[in-house]
Design a protein. Structure first.
Length: 70
């Protein structure tokens, strides 16, 4: 009879709770992959993807790229 009562008060685990081995596997993955630096984007490519062709002159594009890099 006590077993039925204990089921009512059984604590549910948190939805984000992880098992110890899962945390360890995540730590190993982060150690191997997490420290990679994101390569710096090419300013001209960013400008060409973001703005329509012909919106800026070549000189304006150069100045804007210089500003992005600083």
């Amino acid at each position: 009879m006590n077993a039925d009562i204990n089921l009512v008060y059984k604590r549910a685990s948190h939805p984000l709770a992880m098992r110890g081995d899962a945390i360890h596997a995540l730590a190993l993955w982060l150690k191997a992959n997490g420290s990679r630096r994101i390569r710096q984007a090419d300013s001209r490519r960013v400008m060409s993807e973001r703005y329509p062709v012909g919106l800026f002159s070549e000189d304006e594009v150069q100045v804007l790229c210089d500003l992005i890099q600083d």
